[in-house]
Design a protein around this ligand. Structure first.
Ligand code: S3P
Ligand code: PEP
Length: 410
């Protein structure tokens, strides 16, 4: 489904949106609940990826298909490796079969797991024979995806000696690793992260009665930061339920969007974004996003919409996500009239003043391509192709945009 988005009535009005729970927190907690059934969860994400995770954990089938869900693929590889007596083939979409998993598979094999590749070596689908893992020490490369590390940490407390992980190379997406450790702490699992060594203690208790409330998704909030940045001074957008001290690394948005004139305040469980001044556009915008890769597309489009130059670095993980996000950003921004240079780990956008109208933006099965380009409608009418892709993380995105005044036609 292609949709056309047009300028809204947002300016100077107060808009309120409730965003679904964090996909990252939900997928961790769903796995932990499968290991510790007495945990209760509230505000679990209604994203496709979290629904797929829930279904996969309940499934008794010997083939589990997780479509495009990267965290589900990685976390379930670890989970099924310790399900004694179970044999599961874990597969996914065409793109999932191109997203590497070897680093995680080798680490699990080192711990004693039985996993084999069904099609191409190093990539899903994989066949896992669940068994008791008896070893506890393993080293793995930490500069490709933090999801491999989180996957091991999530099952670690169920190994008889816990785990001692040595992380090699520069550690990427660190806040996601810390999120995993914080959630383990909340259910009573002890861990430490010192230098490049992470240890998790075994936890033989089968019940940790606890209700955990998932905070709303900060990556989804990024699109409202971008909308606020593109609105007139005085515009307010109120989002719930958010905390000032979040486990989610994408909460760095609060600092980043100050550069675009957006001020954020917190009260109870709500966060209010106010466009308080025009963007500071004296020089080009520079951010290292190695700790917050999922907001790179949002920021690149905000800069393009505001006519600002930017240099975004730390983007080495973008090439292996839902699509090659660096190539996708360059292609789509250039269709709109921008000028973008990319390397394997950075993006450089030139300042420009024109944005072409009614350009069809391809989304490449990537929810974040659709959502990142949507705010541009505040500057010029825009067409988003295959708009339904947003359901991967934020199924009600288009309804929420309509509710704050965007005009959407199919
Ligand atoms: O652990 C997680 O929940 C995630 C980790 C990040 O992946 P990488 O560590 O591969 O960058 C992020 O991009 C992804 O959307 C979610
Ligand atoms: C990269 C993402 O997800 P995943 O790796 O879980 O598919 C994302 O949501 O931006």
């Amino acid at each position: 489904m292609n949709i056309t988005l047009q300028k809204s009535q947002i300016a100077n009005s107060q808009s309120k949106i409730t965003i679904t729970g964090s996909k990252s927190e939900s997928n961790r907690l769903l796995l932990l609940k499968a290991l510790y059934p007495s945990i209760n969860l509230e505000n679990v994400s209604n994203s496709d990826d979290s629904c797929l995770m829930t279904d996969a954990l309940k499934s008794t089938s010997n083939v589990v298909d997780i479509h495009h869900a990267g965290t589900a693929m990685r976390f379930l590889t670890a989970y099924f490796s310790i399900q004694e007596g179970r044999e599961v083939t874990l597969t996914g979409s065409k793109r999932m079969k191109e997203r590497p998993i070897q680093i995680l598979v080798e680490a699990l094999q080192e711990l004693g797991a039985e996993i084999e590749y069904v099609e191409n070596s190093g990539y899903p689908p994989i066949k896992i024979k669940g068994k008791k893992l008896t070893k506890n020490r393993v080293s793995l490369q930490a500069n490709v995806s933090s999801q491999y590390i989180s996957a091991l940490l999530l099952i670690a407390s169920k190994l008889e000696n816990g785990i001692e992980l040595t992380l090699e190379g520069e550690i990427t997406s660190v806040p996601y690793i810390k999120m995993t450790l914080s959630l383990l702490d909340e259910i009573g699992v002890e861990s430490s992260f010192i230098g490049n060594i992470i240890t998790v203690k075994p936890n033989t208790q089968n019940s940790t009665p606890n209700t955990l409330t998932v905070e709303s998704d900060w990556s989804s909030a990024s699109y409202y930061f971008s909308i606020a940045a593109l609105c007139e001074v005085g515009t307010e957008i109120i989002l719930s339920s958010y905390k000032e001290n979040s486990l989610q690394g994408d909460s760095v948005l609060v600092e980043i969007y100050k550069s675009f004139g957006v001020e954020t305040t917190f009260e109870n469980n709500t966060m209010t974004l106010v466009k308080s001044s025009i963007a500071n556009c004296q020089s080009s915008i520079e951010f290292d996003l190695a700790n917050a890769p999922d907001i790179a597309q949002t920021i690149a489009v905000t800069c393009f919409a505001l006519g600002l130059a930017c240099n975004l670095t730390g983007l080495h993980t973008l090439k292996i996500k839902e699509t090659d996000r660096l190539v996708a950003l360059k292609t789509e921004i250039e269709k709109l009239g921008g000028n973008v240079n990319i390397t394997d780990k950075s993006l450089h956008l030139s300042a420009s003043n024109t944005i072409k109208e009614y350009v069809p933006i391809a989304t490449y099965n990537d929810h974040r391509m659709a959502m990142a380009f949507a705010p541009l409608a505040l500057k010029t009418p825009i067409v988003i192709e295959e708009a339904e892709v947003v359901s991967k993380s934020y199924p009600t995105f288009w309804n929420d945009l309509e509710s704050i005044g965007f005009k959407i036609t199919k």
